[in-house]
Design a protein around this ligand. Structure first.
Ligand code: ADP
Ligand code: MG
Length: 293
């Protein structure tokens, strides 16, 4: 690539809200054949809201929300924001929390008023040795059938409530995927969310391949495996949990409204957070590389 054509391309890209890190990024974009995307915050708005709280014991909705929000105050995850918003709207009184531990792609745990509290997915519950009985699992699956993400609240090792949170698909996601698929890309969803929720969203979006229940390290492994199969992989994501995967892809693409960590790990940032930016970035890199050969 000549320096001039690369400069022109990065200038044009910047006007359209496409920030390439360097010349290599512009060239890498041309050759990709597989596009892997995170779900929450990439395909969806990333502004989920709390749709229901299902008590499993004697705690009231407001008590359950107080426990969850007291932990989530320390997290920047979009799911945490959904809990904080609900707690505020319902005037829930927050409690002091200590020994907070955040498990990326899992949830949060810590001490809240002398209790051991954990809030997150089934991977977090398994890690902490919280057993979920068949009845609880069945209730969670009912909520997931609608595309909701379900989190369990555990107090002192026992599940006491289920929280369902729903996140709208971005208005331009489907049309962008239709265009990206038509351009020949194989489309993959990679999410830390569970399989039922993931496939309900994937079905609505005509996504070719789904990997659910994947930890942040696992996301990087899936990208590595795709590359070993000879695929040239672009990975788009927004969260801290996506950073390892963004770093190992042929090109990592960060959503502009996402976390700083994602943008630092990526070679292309879509300032507007719109997936159609990937299509524009690809045309731009194809035109640039064609010009200089
Ligand atoms: P995605 O890959 O869809 O962006 P993440 O990897 O960030 O999702 O999270 C995967 C799952 O881990 C979430 O669906 C949720 O169940 C759980 N989780 C992650 N962070 C939190 C949190 N702060 N509070 C509660 N649950 C969380
Ligand atoms: Mg995400």
């Amino acid at each position: 690539a000549t320096p001039i054509s690369i400069m022109v391309a990065s200038g044009r890209g910047a006007q359209q809200g496409l920030l390439f890190k360097d010349a290599a990024a512009i060239e890498a974009m041309r050759d990709i054949d597989t596009l892997v995307m995170d779900k929450t915050g990439t395909l969806t708005e990333g502004r989920p809201s709390l749709t229901s709280v299902v008590p499993l014991g004697s705690y009231t909705r407001s008590q359950l929300l107080a426990f969850a929000a007291s932990l989530e105050r320390s997290s920047e995850h979009p799911l945490a924001k959904a809990i904080m918003t609900a707690a505020q709207e319902e005037h829930v009184h927050l409690l002091d929390a200590a020994d907070i531990h955040i498990l990326a792609g899992g949830g949060v745990s810590g001490h809240v008023s002398q209790n051991n509290i954990a809030f997150g997915n089934e991977r977090l519950m398994a890690t902490l040795g919280v057993a979920l009985d068949p009845d609880t699992l069945a209730k969670a699956d009912v909520l997931r059938g609608e595309g909701a993400t379900v989190m369990t609240l555990a107090v002192d090792g026992k599940p006491v409530g289920l929280f369902a949170v729903s996140d709208r698909i971005k208005s331009d996601t489907l049309s962008a995927i239709v265009d990206l698929k038509a351009s020949g890309l194989h489309i993959v969803m990679l999410t830390g969310d569970n399989a039922i929720t993931a496939s309900s969203v994937a079905r609505a979006l005509a996504i070719d391949e789904v990997h659910a229940d994947v930890s942040p390290a696992g996301k990087a492994e899936v990208i590595g495996a795709l590359r070993k199969q000879g695929r040239r992989v672009a990975m788009a994501g927004d969260g801290i949990n996506d950073a390892p995967a963004l770093a190992v892809a042929d090109i990592g693409i960060a959503m502009g409204q996402g976390t700083d960590v994602a943008m630092e790990s990526a070679q292309l940032t879509l300032v507007k957070g719109r997936l159609s930016g990937i299509l524009h970035a690809r045309s731009l890199s194809q035109a640039t590389v064609r010009n200089i050969r």
